[in-house]
Write a protein of this length. Structure first.
Length: 139
């Protein structure tokens, strides 16, 4: 087992070899685990909407979130990009539809906010409590 220092030195040696022309390309890091449910919830999407938007099957989303299956490396790569920059993925998959959704005539890159409206659910609770207190009048 290599120490952390040895791993860092191997990485630096790879960079030097690449810069000197001795090595071509690089190896991308693909995480072993991706929390699909957390990504989907951060975007405020249902399982069906998430699968339709990004091209996954609904069954795959359900199995990934239920822990019955894990995404393969290409799916983990796409999910990682979706987690970091969902607008880039949406623009790449369907630039025209994304431009229409954003309300511009040309494709644009938009930074998605991770914050959710904390007050949105309060109105529902108040309305539901108010609605529950009313009596229904029948003739």
């Amino acid at each position: 087992m290599k120490t952390q220092f040895e791993q860092m030195m191997d990485g630096l040696n790879d960079v030097e070899a690449f810069l000197a022309g001795g090595q071509e390309g690089f190896k991308a890091y693909v995480p072993q685990e991706v929390d699909v449910k957390a990504i989907r919830n951060r975007l405020g999407m249902t399982q069906a909407k998430f699968s339709d938007t990004f091209g996954f099957s609904l069954d795959a989303i359900k199995h990934w979130e239920g822990g019955r299956r894990t995404p393969e490396a290409p799916a983990r790569t796409l999910l990682t990009v979706i987690a970091k920059n969902p607008a880039a993925v949406l623009t790449a998959l369907n630039p025209t539809a994304f431009a229409v959704a954003v309300g511009t005539s040309q494709p644009t890159t938009v930074r998605a906010s991770r914050r959710r409206n904390r007050h949105a659910s309060r109105g529902n609770r108040t309305r539901n409590a108010y609605s529950a207190g009313r009596k229904r009048i029948t003739k």
